[in-house]
Design a binder for this molecule. Sequence first.
Ligand code: BG6
Length: 473
Amino acid sequence: EGTKTNFPKNFLWGASSSAFQIEGGWAEGGKGITVADVNSFKRSEIQADSKVASDFYHHWEEDIRLMKEMGMQIYRFSISWARIIPDGDGEVNQAGIDFYHKIIDCLLEQGIQPFITLYHFDLPYALVKKYNGWESRECVMAFERYASVCLKAFGDKVTYWQVHNEQNLMVRVNERVNITADDAWEADRQRAQMDYHMFLAHALAVKACHSIIPDGNIGPAVSSTCTYPESNKPEDVWAARMNDWFKTDYCLDMHYYGRYPGYYMRYLEERKIVPVMEPEDEEILKDAKMDFIALNYYRTLCVRYLPTDEGHPAGERAFPINEVDFDQYGYFHHIKNEHLASSEYGAQIDPLGLRTVLNSYYQKYHLPLIVTENGLGAADTLTEDGKVHDEYRISYLREHIKAISQAIEDGVSVMGYSPWSFMDLLSSHEGFRKRYGFVYVNRDDHDLKDMSRIKKDSYFWYKRVIETNGDEL
Ligand code: BG6
């Protein structure tokens, strides 16, 4: 491909997954039910749910062998809180601890470093019933305890930890955090309180990691994007900036400085949803120093300024329904960027955007960065010859790897690249048809077939990328 890359010798190549999306075994080994399970069951008439998923729970040895063969140096996966503590804050389930010990040991034997996420969308459902989940401070305490249990159990084997996966996105999708209020203001009030509690839980986990694991590294995994204005009209440019501030920047600022930036506080105050905070929180939030910033990157966005009184009932301040990509906070319309191609599921593909994001985070915080998700969701087909020709995925990944290489050239410190996903898995909300893996899992939404693992073309391509440290793309 001609482009010379420049990946440092110790650059970490890997691939990613999350517990509810791969494990299956949803009620085995003492595991409790989670919010992610409940959400997936609601959709089970039309698509796969989390009961079997990729059945990693029973195929883990074979799967880790495939990871090794592909050359992976890190495997970024998550622990299911409800496997470790089935009801979230009660008894510790030894079978759950044993399960993850087996996985970790097997990875280490194969020379693969575990890169563990503590919480990836799968809050134990019992905490919802007891406390309305993250709305309550009890949930913060429960998480701190769960995090400490994991850090103590696995800390002598695992040095890389992530706290929450995509808190900044998770909290904006009602079903992920179980916000059920019909009233938009009440939903936003709960959201703001939950978000704050998750920040606090993040800080406590960071502190616990540093005190339990002397050489431990821990940080957040944010959902990242960059937003373009529809035109060079100053209002459009302002709207694009705001979209980035409100989606990601406020979150990184909170992790880094331990306080909300001014514009975010203004939003909370105007909306009259400033969360309840305790005096001791200030110190907890300030003292928790993350070691790196992990980012998940798929696509970029484009917005048009939306005057605050447009499209809303007369007299109402324009903070309408808080959906992820639409008219958020009443300041902008999300529109299609005509300059970019889209995946079949509508994500606008933009490798240069990744270079922009890496530069902007690094210039602001000067912390090492790692990409823990990036990939292309597609309805792959298994051909007659038992292969998956996913050239489109190779081309997506290739261009994003080049963008990372360019960012390194710009002076950004990037520790590694761990795309989504190692194998096909349950999409966060679109079943099993939408696939991201290097390894095909032979099942459909409702037909479990033989669950066999089939290496896609991208598997062989990525293996070569790792072997050549990114020189052969
Ligand atoms: C990220 C999540 O937001 O995007 C993953 O961390 C998710 O859990 C991935 O699977 C892709 O999104 P989706 O909806 O296509 O599965």
